[in-house]
Design a protein around this ligand. Structure first.
Ligand SMILES: Nc1ncnc2c1ncn2[C@@H]1O[C@H](COP(=O)(O)OP(=O)(O)OP(=O)(O)O)[C@@H](O)[C@H]1O
Length: 510
Protein backbone atom coordinates (compact mmCIF):
# COMPACT_ATOMS: atom_id res chain seq x y z
CA UNK A 1 0.00 0.00 0.00
CA UNK A 2 1.15 3.55 -0.57
CA UNK A 3 3.00 5.38 2.18
CA UNK A 4 3.99 9.02 2.56
CA UNK A 5 7.61 8.45 1.52
CA UNK A 6 7.11 6.27 -1.51
CA UNK A 7 4.35 8.06 -3.34
CA UNK A 8 6.43 10.76 -4.96
CA UNK A 9 5.18 12.54 -8.03
CA UNK A 10 6.07 10.90 -11.31
CA UNK A 11 3.75 12.73 -13.70
CA UNK A 12 2.19 16.16 -13.46
CA UNK A 13 0.14 18.14 -15.93
CA UNK A 14 -0.61 21.84 -15.72
CA UNK A 15 -3.49 23.58 -17.50
CA UNK A 16 -3.81 21.02 -20.29
CA UNK A 17 -6.34 22.12 -22.87
CA UNK A 18 -7.44 20.42 -26.07
CA UNK A 19 -10.01 21.80 -28.49
CA UNK A 20 -11.60 20.13 -31.47
CA UNK A 21 -13.81 22.03 -33.87
CA UNK A 22 -16.86 22.98 -31.90
CA UNK A 23 -15.82 21.30 -28.64
CA UNK A 24 -13.54 21.89 -25.70
CA UNK A 25 -12.58 18.26 -25.02
CA UNK A 26 -10.17 19.08 -22.14
CA UNK A 27 -10.43 22.43 -20.41
CA UNK A 28 -7.46 23.58 -18.36
CA UNK A 29 -6.73 20.30 -16.55
CA UNK A 30 -4.09 20.19 -13.80
CA UNK A 31 -3.36 16.86 -12.07
CA UNK A 32 -0.57 14.91 -10.38
CA UNK A 33 0.10 11.17 -10.51
CA UNK A 34 2.30 9.49 -7.91
CA UNK A 35 4.34 6.32 -7.72
CA UNK A 36 2.78 3.45 -5.73
CA UNK A 37 -0.66 4.82 -6.51
CA UNK A 38 -3.68 3.64 -8.49
CA UNK A 39 -5.46 6.75 -9.68
CA UNK A 40 -8.85 6.22 -11.32
CA UNK A 41 -10.29 8.55 -13.90
CA UNK A 42 -14.09 8.54 -14.02
CA UNK A 43 -16.62 10.40 -16.11
CA UNK A 44 -19.50 9.97 -18.52
CA UNK A 45 -19.04 9.06 -22.17
CA UNK A 46 -17.48 12.04 -23.87
CA UNK A 47 -16.25 13.60 -20.60
CA UNK A 48 -12.72 13.85 -22.02
CA UNK A 49 -10.87 10.88 -20.45
CA UNK A 50 -9.47 9.45 -23.68
CA UNK A 51 -8.48 12.88 -24.97
CA UNK A 52 -6.55 13.45 -21.74
CA UNK A 53 -4.75 10.10 -22.05
CA UNK A 54 -4.01 10.71 -25.73
CA UNK A 55 -2.16 13.89 -24.75
CA UNK A 56 -0.16 11.91 -22.19
CA UNK A 57 0.76 9.31 -24.80
CA UNK A 58 1.73 11.80 -27.51
CA UNK A 59 -1.18 10.94 -29.81
CA UNK A 60 -2.62 14.47 -29.47
CA UNK A 61 -0.70 17.68 -28.91
CA UNK A 62 -2.19 19.90 -26.21
CA UNK A 63 -3.34 23.32 -27.43
CA UNK A 64 -2.19 24.73 -24.13
CA UNK A 65 -0.55 23.46 -20.97
CA UNK A 66 2.49 21.52 -19.86
CA UNK A 67 3.43 17.92 -19.04
CA UNK A 68 6.15 17.13 -16.50
CA UNK A 69 7.71 13.68 -16.04
CA UNK A 70 9.80 13.31 -12.88
CA UNK A 71 9.68 17.09 -12.50
CA UNK A 72 11.03 17.82 -15.98
CA UNK A 73 8.85 19.42 -18.65
CA UNK A 74 8.54 17.23 -21.72
CA UNK A 75 6.93 17.94 -25.07
CA UNK A 76 5.80 14.85 -26.88
CA UNK A 77 6.03 15.07 -30.64
CA UNK A 78 4.88 11.47 -31.15
CA UNK A 79 3.83 8.38 -29.12
CA UNK A 80 7.42 7.11 -29.19
CA UNK A 81 8.50 10.16 -27.11
CA UNK A 82 5.93 9.40 -24.45
CA UNK A 83 7.01 5.74 -24.33
CA UNK A 84 10.63 6.82 -24.00
CA UNK A 85 9.62 9.06 -21.09
CA UNK A 86 8.11 6.02 -19.35
CA UNK A 87 4.38 6.36 -20.12
CA UNK A 88 2.67 3.31 -21.58
CA UNK A 89 -1.00 2.71 -22.33
CA UNK A 90 -3.13 -0.39 -22.82
CA UNK A 91 -6.14 0.44 -24.99
CA UNK A 92 -9.64 -0.90 -24.52
CA UNK A 93 -9.82 -2.75 -27.83
CA UNK A 94 -7.52 -5.75 -27.66
CA UNK A 95 -4.64 -5.59 -30.08
CA UNK A 96 -3.17 -9.09 -30.13
CA UNK A 97 -2.54 -11.29 -33.16
CA UNK A 98 -4.33 -14.55 -32.33
CA UNK A 99 -2.09 -17.06 -34.04
CA UNK A 100 1.14 -15.60 -32.64
CA UNK A 101 2.47 -16.72 -29.27
CA UNK A 102 2.46 -14.52 -26.20
CA UNK A 103 6.19 -13.89 -26.64
CA UNK A 104 5.77 -12.92 -30.31
CA UNK A 105 2.92 -10.58 -29.45
CA UNK A 106 4.90 -8.94 -26.66
CA UNK A 107 7.78 -8.15 -29.04
CA UNK A 108 5.57 -7.32 -32.04
CA UNK A 109 7.00 -4.30 -33.83
CA UNK A 110 10.24 -4.37 -31.79
CA UNK A 111 11.47 -7.86 -32.75
CA UNK A 112 15.15 -8.40 -31.94
CA UNK A 113 17.08 -9.26 -35.11
CA UNK A 114 20.21 -11.19 -35.93
CA UNK A 115 21.85 -10.72 -39.33
CA UNK A 116 18.72 -8.88 -40.50
CA UNK A 117 16.40 -11.79 -39.60
CA UNK A 118 13.97 -11.96 -36.71
CA UNK A 119 15.68 -13.70 -33.80
CA UNK A 120 13.00 -16.03 -32.33
CA UNK A 121 15.24 -17.07 -29.41
CA UNK A 122 15.84 -13.47 -28.43
CA UNK A 123 12.08 -12.80 -28.64
CA UNK A 124 11.40 -15.58 -26.13
CA UNK A 125 14.23 -14.37 -23.87
CA UNK A 126 13.02 -10.75 -23.93
CA UNK A 127 9.39 -11.71 -23.25
CA UNK A 128 10.50 -14.04 -20.44
CA UNK A 129 12.61 -11.29 -18.94
CA UNK A 130 9.61 -8.90 -18.78
CA UNK A 131 7.32 -11.66 -17.50
CA UNK A 132 9.64 -12.56 -14.64
CA UNK A 133 10.21 -8.88 -13.79
CA UNK A 134 6.44 -8.57 -13.34
CA UNK A 135 6.43 -11.78 -11.31
CA UNK A 136 3.55 -13.37 -13.16
CA UNK A 137 3.09 -16.96 -14.32
CA UNK A 138 1.60 -17.12 -17.79
CA UNK A 139 2.43 -19.31 -20.79
CA UNK A 140 4.26 -17.35 -23.48
CA UNK A 141 4.78 -20.15 -25.96
CA UNK A 142 1.18 -20.85 -27.05
CA UNK A 143 -0.87 -18.88 -29.60
CA UNK A 144 -2.73 -16.22 -27.63
CA UNK A 145 -6.06 -17.28 -29.18
CA UNK A 146 -5.80 -20.39 -26.97
CA UNK A 147 -5.68 -18.27 -23.80
CA UNK A 148 -8.68 -16.95 -21.85
CA UNK A 149 -9.67 -13.28 -22.02
CA UNK A 150 -8.04 -12.51 -18.66
CA UNK A 151 -4.74 -14.05 -19.70
CA UNK A 152 -4.83 -12.23 -23.03
CA UNK A 153 -5.29 -8.97 -21.16
CA UNK A 154 -2.22 -9.77 -19.05
CA UNK A 155 -0.21 -10.41 -22.23
CA UNK A 156 -1.29 -6.93 -23.42
CA UNK A 157 0.02 -5.48 -20.19
CA UNK A 158 3.31 -7.38 -20.38
CA UNK A 159 3.65 -5.90 -23.85
CA UNK A 160 3.13 -2.42 -22.41
CA UNK A 161 6.17 -3.10 -20.21
CA UNK A 162 8.48 -3.53 -23.17
CA UNK A 163 9.92 -0.07 -22.63
CA UNK A 164 10.07 -0.32 -18.80
CA UNK A 165 7.43 2.33 -18.02
CA UNK A 166 6.87 4.07 -14.70
CA UNK A 167 3.31 5.17 -15.57
CA UNK A 168 0.80 2.67 -16.90
CA UNK A 169 -2.55 3.82 -18.33
CA UNK A 170 -5.30 1.20 -18.49
CA UNK A 171 -8.44 2.08 -20.45
CA UNK A 172 -11.38 -0.08 -19.33
CA UNK A 173 -9.08 -3.08 -18.85
CA UNK A 174 -11.79 -5.37 -17.50
CA UNK A 175 -14.41 -4.58 -20.16
CA UNK A 176 -14.06 -7.96 -21.84
CA UNK A 177 -13.28 -10.09 -18.78
CA UNK A 178 -15.72 -12.59 -17.33
CA UNK A 179 -16.88 -12.63 -13.71
CA UNK A 180 -14.18 -15.02 -12.44
CA UNK A 181 -11.38 -13.25 -14.29
CA UNK A 182 -11.78 -9.75 -12.89
CA UNK A 183 -10.55 -10.32 -9.33
CA UNK A 184 -7.26 -12.11 -10.26
CA UNK A 185 -6.66 -9.40 -12.84
CA UNK A 186 -7.18 -6.62 -10.27
CA UNK A 187 -4.75 -8.44 -7.94
CA UNK A 188 -2.19 -8.35 -10.73
CA UNK A 189 -2.68 -4.58 -11.11
CA UNK A 190 -2.27 -4.13 -7.34
CA UNK A 191 1.00 -6.08 -7.50
CA UNK A 192 2.29 -3.70 -10.20
CA UNK A 193 1.65 -0.86 -7.78
CA UNK A 194 2.97 -2.57 -4.66
CA UNK A 195 5.95 -4.50 -6.00
CA UNK A 196 7.12 -2.24 -8.81
CA UNK A 197 5.95 1.11 -7.46
CA UNK A 198 4.09 1.94 -10.66
CA UNK A 199 1.80 4.93 -11.02
CA UNK A 200 -1.35 3.48 -12.57
CA UNK A 201 -4.00 5.56 -14.27
CA UNK A 202 -7.12 3.42 -14.35
CA UNK A 203 -10.15 4.29 -16.48
CA UNK A 204 -13.37 2.45 -15.79
CA UNK A 205 -17.11 2.97 -15.88
CA UNK A 206 -17.58 0.23 -13.29
CA UNK A 207 -17.83 2.06 -10.01
CA UNK A 208 -17.55 -1.06 -7.88
CA UNK A 209 -14.24 -1.84 -9.50
CA UNK A 210 -13.03 1.75 -9.17
CA UNK A 211 -13.76 1.59 -5.46
CA UNK A 212 -12.13 -1.83 -5.11
CA UNK A 213 -8.84 -0.79 -6.64
CA UNK A 214 -8.22 2.96 -6.38
CA UNK A 215 -6.17 4.99 -3.96
CA UNK A 216 -7.24 8.26 -5.58
CA UNK A 217 -10.26 9.12 -7.74
CA UNK A 218 -10.58 11.95 -10.25
CA UNK A 219 -13.84 12.90 -11.95
CA UNK A 220 -14.15 14.65 -15.31
CA UNK A 221 -17.37 16.09 -16.74
CA UNK A 222 -17.78 17.92 -20.05
CA UNK A 223 -14.01 18.20 -20.48
CA UNK A 224 -13.50 19.77 -17.05
CA UNK A 225 -11.77 18.48 -13.95
CA UNK A 226 -14.50 18.28 -11.31
CA UNK A 227 -12.68 16.75 -8.34
CA UNK A 228 -9.75 14.65 -7.15
CA UNK A 229 -10.01 12.89 -3.81
CA UNK A 230 -8.52 10.00 -1.86
CA UNK A 231 -10.96 7.14 -2.33
CA UNK A 232 -11.70 6.91 1.39
CA UNK A 233 -12.88 10.49 1.50
CA UNK A 234 -15.32 10.25 -1.43
CA UNK A 235 -18.55 8.28 -1.11
CA UNK A 236 -19.86 6.43 -4.14
CA UNK A 237 -22.91 8.69 -4.12
CA UNK A 238 -20.77 11.82 -4.22
CA UNK A 239 -18.73 10.32 -7.02
CA UNK A 240 -21.81 9.49 -9.12
CA UNK A 241 -23.28 12.95 -8.49
CA UNK A 242 -20.08 14.57 -9.71
CA UNK A 243 -20.13 12.50 -12.90
CA UNK A 244 -23.72 12.39 -13.98
CA UNK A 245 -25.87 15.13 -15.29
CA UNK A 246 -29.01 15.23 -13.16
CA UNK A 247 -31.76 12.87 -14.19
CA UNK A 248 -29.77 10.85 -16.69
CA UNK A 249 -29.96 7.60 -14.80
CA UNK A 250 -33.27 6.01 -15.71
CA UNK A 251 -35.33 3.50 -13.80
CA UNK A 252 -36.12 0.18 -15.45
CA UNK A 253 -39.50 -1.45 -14.99
CA UNK A 254 -39.96 -5.08 -16.06
CA UNK A 255 -43.66 -5.92 -16.24
CA UNK A 256 -44.85 -9.37 -15.23
CA UNK A 257 -45.65 -11.21 -18.46
CA UNK A 258 -47.03 -14.60 -19.36
CA UNK A 259 -45.32 -16.04 -22.43
CA UNK A 260 -47.22 -19.34 -22.50
CA UNK A 261 -49.06 -18.57 -25.73
CA UNK A 262 -46.62 -16.08 -27.20
CA UNK A 263 -45.28 -16.66 -30.71
CA UNK A 264 -41.84 -18.29 -30.70
CA UNK A 265 -39.49 -16.16 -32.83
CA UNK A 266 -36.33 -18.21 -32.38
CA UNK A 267 -36.11 -21.82 -31.33
CA UNK A 268 -32.76 -23.57 -31.20
CA UNK A 269 -31.71 -27.03 -30.11
CA UNK A 270 -28.23 -27.54 -31.50
CA UNK A 271 -25.62 -25.55 -33.37
CA UNK A 272 -22.28 -26.82 -34.69
CA UNK A 273 -19.23 -24.69 -35.38
CA UNK A 274 -15.48 -25.22 -35.36
CA UNK A 275 -16.15 -28.95 -35.85
CA UNK A 276 -18.11 -29.33 -32.60
CA UNK A 277 -21.81 -29.79 -31.89
CA UNK A 278 -23.28 -27.68 -29.07
CA UNK A 279 -26.45 -28.26 -27.11
CA UNK A 280 -28.23 -24.87 -26.98
CA UNK A 281 -31.92 -25.45 -26.22
CA UNK A 282 -33.71 -22.10 -26.15
CA UNK A 283 -36.94 -20.40 -27.12
CA UNK A 284 -37.12 -16.67 -27.62
CA UNK A 285 -40.66 -15.38 -27.85
CA UNK A 286 -42.26 -12.25 -29.25
CA UNK A 287 -42.00 -9.44 -26.72
CA UNK A 288 -39.33 -11.20 -24.68
CA UNK A 289 -35.84 -10.09 -23.59
CA UNK A 290 -33.57 -13.09 -23.02
CA UNK A 291 -30.20 -12.61 -21.32
CA UNK A 292 -27.19 -14.75 -22.22
CA UNK A 293 -24.77 -15.08 -19.34
CA UNK A 294 -21.49 -17.01 -19.21
CA UNK A 295 -17.76 -16.52 -18.97
CA UNK A 296 -15.97 -14.96 -21.92
CA UNK A 297 -15.47 -17.82 -24.41
CA UNK A 298 -18.44 -19.82 -23.10
CA UNK A 299 -20.13 -19.80 -26.51
CA UNK A 300 -22.69 -16.98 -26.18
CA UNK A 301 -21.30 -14.93 -29.07
CA UNK A 302 -20.33 -17.97 -31.14
CA UNK A 303 -23.85 -19.44 -30.95
CA UNK A 304 -25.52 -16.25 -32.13
CA UNK A 305 -22.90 -15.58 -34.80
CA UNK A 306 -23.49 -19.08 -36.16
CA UNK A 307 -27.26 -18.65 -36.23
CA UNK A 308 -26.80 -15.21 -37.83
CA UNK A 309 -24.63 -16.66 -40.61
CA UNK A 310 -21.59 -14.62 -39.54
CA UNK A 311 -19.65 -17.67 -38.35
CA UNK A 312 -19.28 -20.77 -40.52
CA UNK A 313 -21.81 -23.36 -39.42
CA UNK A 314 -21.29 -27.12 -39.53
CA UNK A 315 -25.07 -27.55 -39.32
CA UNK A 316 -27.73 -26.52 -36.85
CA UNK A 317 -31.19 -27.33 -35.62
CA UNK A 318 -32.76 -23.88 -35.51
CA UNK A 319 -36.11 -22.32 -36.44
CA UNK A 320 -36.35 -18.56 -36.96
CA UNK A 321 -39.66 -16.82 -37.67
CA UNK A 322 -41.25 -20.16 -38.53
CA UNK A 323 -38.52 -21.13 -41.00
CA UNK A 324 -36.09 -24.01 -40.49
CA UNK A 325 -32.49 -22.75 -40.81
CA UNK A 326 -29.57 -25.07 -41.45
CA UNK A 327 -27.00 -22.90 -43.19
CA UNK A 328 -27.40 -19.21 -43.85
CA UNK A 329 -25.75 -15.90 -44.75
CA UNK A 330 -25.86 -12.62 -42.78
CA UNK A 331 -27.78 -10.83 -45.57
CA UNK A 332 -30.49 -13.51 -45.59
CA UNK A 333 -30.81 -13.29 -41.82
CA UNK A 334 -31.07 -9.48 -41.91
CA UNK A 335 -33.88 -9.84 -44.47
CA UNK A 336 -35.61 -12.23 -42.11
CA UNK A 337 -35.38 -9.60 -39.36
CA UNK A 338 -32.40 -10.93 -37.38
CA UNK A 339 -30.00 -8.11 -36.47
CA UNK A 340 -26.82 -8.62 -34.47
CA UNK A 341 -24.72 -5.78 -33.09
CA UNK A 342 -21.16 -6.99 -32.66
CA UNK A 343 -19.23 -7.24 -29.40
CA UNK A 344 -16.37 -5.11 -30.67
CA UNK A 345 -18.05 -1.87 -31.64
CA UNK A 346 -15.44 -1.16 -34.26
CA UNK A 347 -16.77 -4.22 -36.16
CA UNK A 348 -20.17 -2.56 -36.28
CA UNK A 349 -19.04 0.86 -37.46
CA UNK A 350 -17.75 1.87 -40.90
CA UNK A 351 -14.57 3.61 -39.72
CA UNK A 352 -13.81 5.60 -42.90
CA UNK A 353 -17.28 7.15 -43.04
CA UNK A 354 -19.05 10.10 -41.45
CA UNK A 355 -21.56 9.85 -38.63
CA UNK A 356 -24.35 10.51 -41.14
CA UNK A 357 -23.23 7.79 -43.57
CA UNK A 358 -22.76 5.31 -40.74
CA UNK A 359 -26.44 5.73 -39.97
CA UNK A 360 -27.88 6.07 -43.47
CA UNK A 361 -25.97 3.22 -45.10
CA UNK A 362 -28.30 0.71 -43.49
CA UNK A 363 -31.35 2.48 -44.93
CA UNK A 364 -30.39 3.03 -48.56
CA UNK A 365 -33.74 1.65 -49.79
CA UNK A 366 -35.65 4.13 -47.69
CA UNK A 367 -33.42 7.13 -48.44
CA UNK A 368 -32.80 6.81 -52.17
CA UNK A 369 -34.77 6.94 -55.40
CA UNK A 370 -35.40 3.86 -57.53
CA UNK A 371 -32.54 5.01 -59.79
CA UNK A 372 -30.21 4.91 -56.79
CA UNK A 373 -29.92 8.66 -56.05
CA UNK A 374 -29.72 9.46 -52.37
CA UNK A 375 -32.23 12.04 -51.06
CA UNK A 376 -29.77 14.38 -49.35
CA UNK A 377 -32.26 16.21 -47.16
CA UNK A 378 -34.06 13.05 -46.10
CA UNK A 379 -30.69 11.52 -45.16
CA UNK A 380 -29.77 14.50 -43.03
CA UNK A 381 -33.12 14.60 -41.26
CA UNK A 382 -33.09 10.84 -40.66
CA UNK A 383 -29.53 10.81 -39.27
CA UNK A 384 -30.31 13.78 -37.00
CA UNK A 385 -33.45 12.10 -35.72
CA UNK A 386 -31.48 9.00 -34.69
CA UNK A 387 -28.71 11.05 -33.09
CA UNK A 388 -31.21 13.08 -31.06
CA UNK A 389 -33.30 10.09 -30.05
CA UNK A 390 -30.22 8.33 -28.73
CA UNK A 391 -28.66 11.42 -27.12
CA UNK A 392 -25.43 10.99 -29.08
CA UNK A 393 -22.78 13.61 -28.32
CA UNK A 394 -21.26 14.81 -31.60
CA UNK A 395 -20.06 18.09 -33.05
CA UNK A 396 -20.92 17.69 -36.72
CA UNK A 397 -22.91 15.16 -38.66
CA UNK A 398 -20.06 15.12 -41.23
CA UNK A 399 -17.34 14.20 -38.75
CA UNK A 400 -15.76 10.78 -39.02
CA UNK A 401 -17.44 8.23 -36.75
CA UNK A 402 -14.06 7.44 -35.14
CA UNK A 403 -13.96 10.98 -33.72
CA UNK A 404 -16.87 10.19 -31.40
CA UNK A 405 -16.09 8.87 -27.94
CA UNK A 406 -16.34 5.07 -27.60
CA UNK A 407 -19.69 5.11 -25.79
CA UNK A 408 -21.19 7.45 -28.36
CA UNK A 409 -20.14 5.17 -31.26
CA UNK A 410 -22.00 2.40 -29.47
CA UNK A 411 -25.11 4.58 -29.18
CA UNK A 412 -25.07 5.16 -32.96
CA UNK A 413 -24.73 1.43 -33.69
CA UNK A 414 -27.59 0.43 -31.43
CA UNK A 415 -29.73 3.43 -32.38
CA UNK A 416 -29.59 2.68 -36.11
CA UNK A 417 -30.25 -1.08 -35.62
CA UNK A 418 -33.50 -0.56 -33.79
CA UNK A 419 -34.86 1.64 -36.60
CA UNK A 420 -34.91 -1.25 -39.10
CA UNK A 421 -38.54 -1.76 -40.16
CA UNK A 422 -38.45 -5.54 -40.39
CA UNK A 423 -36.66 -6.07 -37.08
CA UNK A 424 -37.87 -9.22 -35.30
CA UNK A 425 -34.93 -10.20 -33.12
CA UNK A 426 -32.17 -7.86 -32.00
CA UNK A 427 -29.06 -9.55 -30.62
CA UNK A 428 -27.00 -7.12 -28.57
CA UNK A 429 -23.54 -8.45 -27.77
CA UNK A 430 -22.02 -6.62 -24.78
CA UNK A 431 -23.89 -3.43 -25.76
CA UNK A 432 -22.96 -1.49 -22.63
CA UNK A 433 -19.20 -2.16 -22.62
CA UNK A 434 -17.47 1.17 -22.17
CA UNK A 435 -20.71 3.05 -21.45
CA UNK A 436 -21.25 5.30 -18.46
CA UNK A 437 -24.01 4.63 -15.93
CA UNK A 438 -26.51 7.01 -17.52
CA UNK A 439 -25.94 5.62 -21.01
CA UNK A 440 -26.19 2.04 -19.71
CA UNK A 441 -29.57 2.74 -18.16
CA UNK A 442 -30.68 4.22 -21.48
CA UNK A 443 -29.82 0.90 -23.19
CA UNK A 444 -31.86 -1.03 -20.60
CA UNK A 445 -34.84 1.29 -21.13
CA UNK A 446 -34.46 0.89 -24.90
CA UNK A 447 -34.50 -2.91 -24.58
CA UNK A 448 -37.67 -2.80 -22.48
CA UNK A 449 -39.29 -0.36 -24.93
CA UNK A 450 -38.54 -2.71 -27.84
CA UNK A 451 -40.00 -5.77 -26.15
CA UNK A 452 -42.87 -4.19 -24.21
CA UNK A 453 -44.11 -1.48 -26.58
CA UNK A 454 -43.02 -2.77 -29.98
CA UNK A 455 -43.33 -6.54 -29.40
CA UNK A 456 -39.85 -7.20 -30.76
CA UNK A 457 -37.54 -9.80 -29.24
CA UNK A 458 -34.11 -9.14 -27.80
CA UNK A 459 -31.16 -11.34 -26.87
CA UNK A 460 -28.91 -9.44 -24.49
CA UNK A 461 -25.41 -10.93 -24.16
CA UNK A 462 -23.43 -9.59 -21.21
CA UNK A 463 -20.65 -10.40 -18.78
CA UNK A 464 -22.34 -8.21 -16.16
CA UNK A 465 -24.88 -10.45 -14.51
CA UNK A 466 -26.55 -7.61 -12.61
CA UNK A 467 -27.62 -5.80 -15.76
CA UNK A 468 -29.19 -9.00 -17.13
CA UNK A 469 -31.05 -9.59 -13.88
CA UNK A 470 -32.34 -6.02 -13.99
CA UNK A 471 -33.51 -6.06 -17.60
CA UNK A 472 -34.43 -9.54 -18.84
CA UNK A 473 -37.51 -11.78 -18.74
CA UNK A 474 -35.46 -14.94 -19.02
CA UNK A 475 -31.83 -15.96 -18.74
CA UNK A 476 -29.77 -18.69 -20.43
CA UNK A 477 -26.45 -19.67 -18.87
CA UNK A 478 -23.63 -20.86 -21.12
CA UNK A 479 -20.73 -23.09 -20.20
CA UNK A 480 -18.21 -24.60 -22.59
CA UNK A 481 -20.35 -23.91 -25.67
CA UNK A 482 -23.62 -25.31 -24.26
CA UNK A 483 -26.64 -23.77 -22.58
CA UNK A 484 -26.46 -25.45 -19.17
CA UNK A 485 -29.36 -23.73 -17.41
CA UNK A 486 -32.37 -21.51 -18.05
CA UNK A 487 -34.18 -19.27 -15.61
CA UNK A 488 -37.40 -17.33 -15.92
CA UNK A 489 -37.54 -13.99 -14.10
CA UNK A 490 -39.31 -15.43 -11.02
CA UNK A 491 -36.55 -18.03 -10.68
CA UNK A 492 -33.54 -15.64 -10.96
CA UNK A 493 -30.95 -16.63 -8.37
CA UNK A 494 -27.61 -14.87 -8.63
CA UNK A 495 -25.50 -17.39 -6.70
CA UNK A 496 -26.92 -20.33 -8.62
CA UNK A 497 -26.43 -18.60 -11.98
CA UNK A 498 -22.81 -17.79 -11.14
CA UNK A 499 -22.22 -21.40 -10.10
CA UNK A 500 -23.75 -22.63 -13.39
CA UNK A 501 -21.50 -20.31 -15.38
CA UNK A 502 -18.45 -21.74 -13.61
CA UNK A 503 -19.38 -25.24 -14.75
CA UNK A 504 -21.44 -26.34 -11.77
CA UNK A 505 -23.83 -28.35 -13.98
CA UNK A 506 -21.29 -29.84 -16.34
CA UNK A 507 -22.62 -33.09 -17.74
CA UNK A 508 -26.27 -32.40 -16.82
CA UNK A 509 -28.76 -31.97 -19.65
CA UNK A 510 -31.06 -28.95 -19.69
N1 LIG B 1 -10.42 13.49 -32.95
C1 LIG B 1 -11.50 14.13 -32.52
N2 LIG B 1 -12.13 15.06 -33.29
C2 LIG B 1 -13.23 15.70 -32.86
N3 LIG B 1 -13.80 15.51 -31.64
C3 LIG B 1 -13.22 14.62 -30.83
C4 LIG B 1 -12.05 13.87 -31.22
N4 LIG B 1 -11.71 13.04 -30.18
C5 LIG B 1 -12.62 13.26 -29.22
N5 LIG B 1 -13.52 14.20 -29.59
C6 LIG B 1 -14.64 14.72 -28.80
O1 LIG B 1 -14.14 15.14 -27.53
C7 LIG B 1 -15.06 14.82 -26.49
C8 LIG B 1 -14.35 13.98 -25.43
O2 LIG B 1 -14.16 12.67 -25.96
P1 LIG B 1 -13.32 11.53 -25.23
O3 LIG B 1 -13.16 10.42 -26.21
O4 LIG B 1 -12.10 12.13 -24.66
O5 LIG B 1 -14.33 11.12 -24.06
P2 LIG B 1 -14.25 9.89 -23.03
O6 LIG B 1 -14.46 10.47 -21.67
O7 LIG B 1 -13.01 9.12 -23.26
O8 LIG B 1 -15.54 9.04 -23.44
P3 LIG B 1 -15.83 7.41 -23.43
O9 LIG B 1 -16.05 7.05 -21.99
O10 LIG B 1 -17.10 7.31 -24.23
O11 LIG B 1 -14.67 6.74 -24.09
C9 LIG B 1 -16.23 14.09 -27.16
O12 LIG B 1 -17.25 15.02 -27.37
C10 LIG B 1 -15.66 13.62 -28.48
O13 LIG B 1 -16.65 13.52 -29.47
Amino acid sequence: MPTQENNQEVLRVENLTKKFIGILANDNISLTFNRHEIHSLCGENGAGKSTFCKMLTGVYHPDEGKIFVNGKEIQFQAPADSLAAGISMVYQERNLVGHLTGAQNICLGHEPRKGGLIDEKAIVAKAEEIRSRLGIEIPLDVPVEELGAGQQQIIEIIRAFYGNPSVLILDEPTASLGEGEVEPFLDFIRSLRDDLGMAILFISHKLEEVYAISDVITVFADGRHILTSPKDKLSQDECVKAMIRAGRQKTIVVPKKDFTNAEVVLEAREVSYDGKKHHVPMKVRKGEAVGFYGLVGSGRTETMETIGGIRLSDGMDVTFAGERITKTEPVQMIHRGFILTAEKRINGAFPGLSVEDNICNLFIDKLSSKAGFMYVEKMLAFAKKILDKNEVKYTSIDQNITELSGGNIQKVIIGRSIELDNLRLLVLDEPTAGMDLGAKSEVYVKIRHLVDDESKSVIFISSELDELLTTCDELCVFYDGDIVAQYSREEFNKEQILADAMGGRKGEKT
